[in-house]
Design a protein around this ligand. Sequence first.
Ligand SMILES: [Zn+2]
Length: 73
Amino acid sequence: MKCHVCGAYMHTTITDLPLKVTDKTVVVLKALPVWQCSNCREILIADSVMERVEELLAQVSEDAELEVLRFAA
Ligand SMILES: [Zn+2]
């Protein structure tokens, strides 16, 4: 996997990623498997992981301001 920003090698890692899903709602995804560029720190989420993320985000209450979800494949 090559970085689409700088072309450097990307490696897999596990990270916590905050996502702003609406104007007032932030979701923190814990232990998310991602690709990360070794050069510019760009993060890429694999399609299969993104599908699962979207399922998790669909369960988040619209009233929540901060929701912490643990990613489980
Ligand atoms: Zn890069």
